[in-house]
Design a protein around this ligand. Structure first.
Ligand code: IPM
Ligand code: MG
Length: 357
């Protein structure tokens, strides 16, 4: 039986980049005799336009039935004015929450070929290999109560709730420590425990969880300092574990260290290893439809999918090596292109990776 793959192309550059990842997966299917049964679903603005819901019931159902999900990106200015319930981003959050994809792995790896594309000096970033483990279904993104209310004085007030319960902290802690055991065995937990009670509990539970991992060195850092350290001395980090919003912010910063946010894949996992795989970047409405988006983050997300949901490590490594080979050959989409490189478009890049396999 084939492996059931749900494809959610999403909005703006989403379909362009996902098509390239599919190209690569089809080649993998031939080379490694892995049979995929691909089904498409609607998510985000595309889903709203067609059904009035950014995450329709049918997509949730397909999400529950499949073995893994490959996603492009959602959102765009034409949906920005919608009520929060109908926004493309709300659709993605609903899917993450419904499938309990609490564990978000965001590896920030600098390919040596892209040292020049990073905004930081080569000596600061070369060899960079950080894994950000972001909690994805809790924290301020989901905390209730939330809303916009009218105060007694007639003024409007927006409010959200930042909360984490012990079990939520514990399970993301385990994911981070387990990941660290396969790496350099260092975890830095990022919080704001000097101000927020939710962070104080976060710190306490992470410390408790660490006692199951005597080989792992745990450190703590306040999020403001972590933001600074990421751009000052990023190589000090091995695994960073943090809550939903801090992880959202820090992973964008980490992405830029690798040369382009167009290079960063991600895996969002539930407790059974079912995963949704998507690039860390957004839907880039400014370049949508031009065929110039960088498909590598999505292609690398497909590699993570093979590794984490299907245990196909060899095929996953093959994709990562093919990306490296293509970069060696000097091929670059505009976002990572420097002098002396060969500028290519989205589909040339996908073709080149598939050929390099
Ligand atoms: C991300 C994105 C999403 C998030 C948006 C699109 C809702 O920024 O995956 O990092 O904030 O989680
Ligand atoms: Mg983000």
């Amino acid at each position: 039986m084939g492996k059931k793959l749900l494809i959610l192309k999403g909005d703006c550059i989403g379909p362009e980049i996902v098509n390239e990842a599919i190209k690569v997966l089809r080649k993998i299917s031939q080379l490694y005799s892995i049979d995929f049964e691909m089904t498409e679903g609607l998510l985000g603005g595309a889903a709203y336009d067609e059904t009035g819901d950014p995450c329709p019931e049918e997509t949730l159902e397909k999400g529950h039935q499949c073995d893994a999900i490959l996603m492009g990106s959602v959102g765009g200015p034409i949906w920005d004015g919608l009520d929060r319930r109908f926004r493309p981003e709300t659709g993605l959050l609903k899917l993450r929450s419904d499938l309990e994809l609490f564990g978000n792995l965001r590896p920030a790896i600098l390919y040596p070929q892209l040292v020049a594309a990073s905004s930081l000096k080569p000596e600061i970033v070369s060899g960079l290999n950080i894994l950000i483990v972001r909690e994805l279904t809790g924290g301020i993104y989901f905390g209730e109560p939330r809303g916009i209310r009218i105060l007694e004085n007639g003024e409007k007030e927006g409010f959200n709730t930042y909360k984490y319960c012990e079990s939520e902290i514990r399970r993301i802690g385990h994911l981070a420590f387990d990941a660290a055991m396969l790496r350099d065995k260092r975890v830095c937990s990022v919080d704001k425990a000097n101000v927020l009670e939710a962070s104080m509990l976060w710190r306490e539970i992470i410390e408790e969880t660490a006692s199951d991992y005597p080989e792992v060195t745990l450190s703590h850092m306040y999020v403001d300092n972590a933001a600074m350290q990421l751009v000052k001395e990023p190589k000090q980090f091995d695994v960073v574990v943090t809550g939903n919003m801090f992880g959202d912010i820090l992973s964008d910063a980490a992405a830029m260290l690798t040369g382009s946010i167009g290079m960063l894949p991600s895996a969002s996992l539930n407790k059974n290893g079912k995963g949704l795989y998507e690039p860390c970047h957004g839907s880039a409405p400014d370049i949508a439809g031009q065929g110039i988006a960088n498909p590598l983050a999505t292609i690398l997300s497909a590699a993570m999918l093979l590794r984490h949901s299907f245990g196909e490590n060899e095929a996953a490594n093959a994709i990562e090596n093919a990306v490296s080979d293509v970069l060696d050959a000097g091929l670059r989409t505009p976002d990572i292109c420097s002098q002396g490189n060969i500028r290519v478009n989205t589909s040339d890049m996908g073709d080149a990776v598939a050929a390099a396999l």
